[in-house]
Design a binder for this molecule. Structure first.
Ligand SMILES: Cc1cc2nc3c(=O)[nH]c(=O)nc-3n(C[C@H](O)[C@H](O)[C@H](O)COP(=O)(O)OP(=O)(O)OC[C@H]3O[C@@H](n4cnc5c(N)ncnc54)[C@H](O)[C@@H]3O)c2cc1C
Ligand SMILES: *[C@@H]1O[C@H](CO)[C@@H](O)[C@H](O)[C@H]1NC(C)=O
Ligand SMILES: *[C@@H]1O[C@H](CO)[C@@H](O)[C@H](O)[C@H]1NC(C)=O
Ligand SMILES: *[C@@H]1O[C@H](CO)[C@@H](O)[C@H](O)[C@H]1NC(C)=O
Ligand SMILES: *[C@@H]1O[C@H](CO)[C@@H](O)[C@H](O)[C@H]1NC(C)=O
Ligand SMILES: *[C@@H]1O[C@H](CO)[C@@H](O)[C@H](O)[C@H]1NC(C)=O
Ligand SMILES: *[C@@H]1O[C@H](CO)[C@@H](O)[C@H](O)[C@H]1NC(C)=O
Ligand SMILES: *[C@@H]1O[C@H](CO)[C@@H](O)[C@H](O)[C@H]1NC(C)=O
Ligand SMILES: *[C@@H]1O[C@H](CO)[C@@H](O)[C@H](O)[C@H]1NC(C)=O
Ligand SMILES: CC(=O)N[C@H]1CO[C@H](CO)[C@@H](O)[C@@H]1O
Length: 545
């Protein structure tokens, strides 16, 4: 940091004590001037920077907040939001944030479970990527260049425009951003056939700490490896990824079957665990588990409802024969199955009505946003029937949190754990997501619901992966790293690191040290650097929420 920028920082901190608006204004002026100094003369720097006093500030900020927990009056706000519309403006934004010495939070789709793209407890800027969303699909070589600010829905739509027999294996929620989703892994309902999104990235563009634009060749294989599952935010700003498309059949089949405990759900889940990772790779069968109350003439009673929801890359006749052979217990019938095109299955999985136009994939506005907290686990051995019954009891007792079981196996087991930073490959039968959402505002409600999900997660400890207990980076969970062990920052980082990355953690630390030794891109909670700021960051982030 230069002397003048250090002085500026002191000035800024002084202002912060007095008035955050004043600080925002002063930072705004300096930042805009710096951007102008580093941008092409034709660029109006002021048109891409929002100070807190701009009337659009709140609107821009909220546009990509996807969790009400981070949309409260006490949620810390960025001093400014920068919304670059070309690469040179991203370069300038990095250089200027570095000069001014302010933390830069990078936001693409804004879906981070713990709000890490929109919130920090130290003064920060948001670098909002939503304008950088171009997608170029090339069917001849079956690839697409996708900018970080594009959504998955837009990617699926652009592929569909050019081909009915191509798709891309990524998440089921169309508003997820490419920048966060692809850098952190990316899985969806073709995972057993094709693996993760990161298994199909063939090139990338990133802007490093010095503001240089690098592609696969110039960044080198280590950094290219790191940004395919190690998270982008610790290494630089991802501008775009080049992905290889996958083939999908003209007709796919979906089904959704619900069973309560009275309808043998226990036996079915028990059996599902034994076949779900071994069945035909064209079949992905997700289970949604939810405690519910069933009403009848004699009053109401509590049970657990298990929903089997599937995508099969083939027609209904072949699906029925696969199911009859390997999972006859479910008793799947032709009437339960719906044949459709792959793009219609994308809408079906996103819970759109079957009359909805494919154009909805281009819509970034959510119907509603809830308060939300989630966690993850990996399962390496099936639960016994007693184990399942204990779990149902616990779910009914807690009343609110639900679970999702996602089948693994297939292609996932063929890819070595060190191929990408994402390590949870062979040996995992399925992945669990815990989640709870609510509508009541306030810290009391927040505590109450977050505690429910922590309790469920804690209940599962003896049943799930161990030493370390695995966790999915894209299901960000700041709880898992709070160790309070008072060790050095590397050890603190390792608490998170090994859960997300297992044996790949140390290679990520090496890459991080090489590309960003000063830890400018400090992504709190997965930290690879030996920076002193990390421990305090851990402490403070736990006090924010
Ligand atoms: C409703 C919902 C459904 C989901 N469904 C799935 C699913 O089906 N499959 C799945 O795998 N995951 C799923 N997720 C998790 C999702 O993959 C992650 O939250 C992902 O990180 C979101 O990316 P984003 O760009 O939308 O998020 P953001 O909040 O913008 O970013 C997430 C993280 O990546 C960083 N980042 C973002 N853009 C860049 C960039 N350009 N360069 C460098 N770093 C960047 C951010 O700083 C932040 O740390 C779901 C999440 C939600 C909320
Ligand atoms: C911008 O450039 C001018 C002229 O070189 C210089 O005086 C000024 O300090 C620069 N401002 C910032 C914030 O970089
Ligand atoms: C955020 O809070 C405001 C004010 O309570 C509300 O109008 C808005 O809908 C909320 N959600 C989002 C995502 O902006
Ligand atoms: C698509 O890829 C082919 C094969 O690599 C190439 O010849 C062609 O120029 C590309 N098309 C576009 C529009 O980039
Ligand atoms: C539950 O399973 C048992 C044994 O497999 C079977 O006899 C019974 O019919 C099933 N009940 C329901 C409601 O499917
Ligand atoms: C309601 O009563 C009937 C007849 O007594 C019984 O068979 C059924 O299991 C009861 N249902 C519930 C939900 O308790
Ligand atoms: C859409 O769903 C409804 C009810 O679920 C069904 O009756 C109808 O046939 C479906 N339409 C199409 C085009 O699949
Ligand atoms: C986008 O979706 C939102 C929420 O469902 C809806 O209110 C809005 O009308 C949609 N916009 C368009 C252009 O369809
Ligand atoms: C950034 O620039 C500095 C100074 O020129 C150089 O020493 C360093 O190696 C560069 N870092 C990267 C990651 O390119
Ligand atoms: C992006 C944007 O609209 N910025 C505006 C913020 O407010 C200043 C002062 O009114 C304008 O000059 C900017 O254009």
């Amino acid at each position: 940091m230069s002397r003048s920028s250090f002085r500026l920082l002191l000035l800024l901190l002084g202002f912060l004590l007095v008035s955050s608006y004043a600080a925002s204004d002063s930072v705004y002026d300096t930042f805009v001037q710096c951007l102008s100094n580093h941008s092409a003369p034709s660029h109006q720097a002021s048109s891409i920077v929002y100070a807190q006093t701009n009337s659009s500030f709140t609107n821009v900020l909220r546009s990509y907040i996807r969790n009400e927990r981070f949309n409260t009056s006490s949620t810390p706000k960025p001093l400014i939001i920068v919304t670059p519309s070309d690469e040179s403006q991203v370069q300038a934004a990095i250089i200027c944030s570095r000069d001014i010495g302010i933390l830069l939070k990078i936001r693409s789709g804004g879906h981070d479970y713990d709000g890490l793209s929109s919130v920090s407890d130290v003064p920060f800027f948001i670098l909002d990527m939503f304008n950088l969303r171009s997608i170029n699909v090339n069917i001849t070589d079956e690839t697409a260049w996708v900018q970080a600010g594009a959504t998955l829905g837009e990617l699926y739509y652009r592929i569909w425009e050019k081909s009915r027999v191509h798709g891309f294996p990524a998440g089921v929620c169309p508003t997820l951003g490419v920048g966060g989703h692809l850098s952190g892994g990316g899985y969806g309902n073709m995972l057993r056939k094709y693996g993760l999104s990161i298994d199909h990235i063939v090139d990338a563009q990133i802007i490093n700490v010095n503001g240089s634009i690098l592609d696969r060749k110039s960044m080198g294989e280590d950094l290219f490896w790191a940004i395919r599952g190690g998270g982008g935010a610790s290494f630089g700003v991802i501008l775009s990824y080049k992905v290889k498309l996958v083939r999908v059949p003209e007709i796919v089949t979906v089904f959704r079957v619900e069973k309560t405990l009275a309808q043998n759900a226990t036996d079915l889940v028990y059996q599902w665990q034994h076949i779900t990772d071994k069945i035909d790779n064209d079949l992905f069968m997700r289970l949604l588990l939810q405690p519910i109350t069933v009403k009848s003439d004699n009053g109401s009673s509590k049970t657990v409802r298990v929903t089997f929801i599937s995508l099969f890359l083939g027609d209904a006749t072949r699906l029925i024969s696969v199911m009859n052979k390997d999972f006859p217990e479910l008793g799947l019938k032709k009437e339960d199955c719906k044949e459709m095109s792959w793009i219609e299955s994308v809408l079906y999985w996103a819970n759109f009505d079957n009359r909805t136009s494919v154009n909805v994939l281009l819509n970034r506005t959510l119907e509603s946003v809830k308060f939300f907290k989630a966690k993850s686990d990996y399962m390496q051995k099936p639960m016994s029937k007693d184990g399942l019954e204990g779990l149902w009891k616990k779910m009914i007792e807690l009343g609110k949190p639900g679970m999702v079981f996602n089948s693994y196996g297939g292609r996932m087991s063929e890819i070595p754990a060190s191929e990408t930073p994402f390590p949870h490959r062979a040996g995992n039968i399925f992945k669990i997501q815990y989640s709870v959402n609510w509508h009541e505002e306030g810290t009391e409600a927040d505590k109450k619901y977050v505690n429910l999900i922590r309790e469920l997660h804690s209940y599962m400890t003896p049943l799930v992966s161990k030493s370390p207990r695995g966790s999915y980076l894209n299901y960000r969970d700041i709880d898992i790293g709070i160790s309070h062990n008072g060790k050095d920052s590397y050890q603190e980082g390792k608490v998170y690191g090994v859960k997300y990355f297992m044996n790949n953690f140390d290679r990520l630390v090496k890459v991080k040290t090489a590309v960003d030794p000063q830890n400018f891109f400090s992504s709190i909670c997965i930290t690879f650097a030996s920076s002193i700021s990390i421990k305090s960051a851990f402490k403070s982030i736990s006090s924010v929420f």
